[in-house]
Design a protein around this ligand. Structure first.
Ligand code: PMV
Length: 320
């Protein structure tokens, strides 16, 4: 059996995080500047079922069976074996690398799952349809997130901009004019499970207030889809600011995120907001291409530990 490798990009949520868990739409796009990669190599001297996992970025060098049953890597392999209806896999070594920061809203967990599932399925000679890969990655996301909406595994699997509503067929978004985002990392790790739980507790305590905010975010997200389709990019910035105001009200922003958002705006960004679970992780700023370096510099000055420039465009369209 020859070696087999696969990769998957990171992602960011442009609009609708948290509200998407409650049935509202969200918009997410792939971030191809960062990615997770899995390589499965045969181990001709090993016995069947002997699977070595090497994810050295996260300090993991272990035999698969020794990982806890709820470990996401073990769960992804077990899920794949169940779908393929096989009880043992040939001895192999799985190397996982990723340039996607962990627990920062860039979809690292989903990207590792998707790359791993694809690489192992390919190695076994049983490649899977995207829909199956995404479904399986969704099951693994439940370990990371508890109650994920499914947006991360969808955008990472299909690697296209998506308008996503939980449990509904995926819609890709038509992008009339490419636009530039600067992603700023607070450096604060913030697992999504925690913020999703907190929002649930607040919603249970005051359902009317929270449902009003979710519905308002849903309205903003639908308007954003329209603005993207029409190429009305400055309007998109206004909508990002409105979404950020609601996310702050929901209690998922943080002083670090607020500082980065304010600095991006002062540097001329058309709009800025947190992206993903919040309380840390990454924020995004929408800017003209010419001003992107200035916004990036302002973010670093305001404490961003890293910035990534990305162009959002239709997949397959060429660079300017
Ligand atoms: O933190 P991220 O980027 O994995 O995004 C989480 C998005 C939430 O809406 C907060 C949760 C979800 O499952 O959609």
């Amino acid at each position: 059996m020859p070696a087999f490798a696969a990769s998957a990009p990171g992602k960011i949520i442009l609009f609708g995080e948290h509200a998407v868990v409650y049935g509202q739409p969200a918009i997410a796009v792939p971030v191809t500047q960062v990615k997770a990669r899995a390589t499965v190599m045969p181990n001709v001297r090993g016995t069947p079922g002997e699977v070595a996992i090497k994810a050295l970025d996260i300090g993991l060098d272990e035999v698969l069976d020794k990982l806890p049953e709820d470990d996401p890597i073990r769960a992804a392999v077990a899920g794949l074996m169940a779908i393929l209806n096989i009880s043992t896999i040939p001895a192999c070594s799985i190397k996982i690398t990723s340039t996607i920061p962990v627990a920062s809203g860039l979809g690292s967990g989903a990207a590792v799952s998707v790359a791993l599932i694809r690489a192992l399925a390919g190695f076994l000679g049983r490649p899977l349809a995207d829909e199956t890969v995404s479904k399986l990655a969704f099951e693994v996301e439940k370990i990371h997130h508890g109650t994920p909406s499914g947006i991360d595994n969808s955008v990472v699997t299909y690697a296209v901009p998506v308008f996503f509503i939980k449990a509904q067929p995926l819609h890709t978004i038509e992008i009339r004019e490419p636009f530039t985002l600067v992603i700023g990392d607070t450096g604060v790790s913030s697992p999504t499970r925690g913020t999703v739980n907190d929002v649930r507790l607040h919603w249970q305590a005051d359902p009317a207030r929270y449902e009003r905010m979710f519905a308002e975010i849903g309205r903003i997200t639908k308007n954003a889809r329209r603005a993207i389709k029409r190429g009305n990019i400055t309007q998109l910035g206004v909508l990002m600011d409105e979404n950020q105001t609601l996310l702050r009200e929901m209690g998922v922003s943080s002083p670090e995120l607020d500082r980065l958002v304010a600095s991006a705006k002062s540097a001329g960004a058309w709009g800025a907001k947190l992206s993903g679970g919040g309380r840390g992780g990454n924020m995004i700023a929408l800017t003209s291409q010419e001003n992107a370096a200035v916004v990036s510099e302002a973010l670093r000055h305001a404490g961003a530990v890293n910035t990534i420039l990305t162009q959002v465009r239709m997949p397959g369209s060429c660079e300017d």
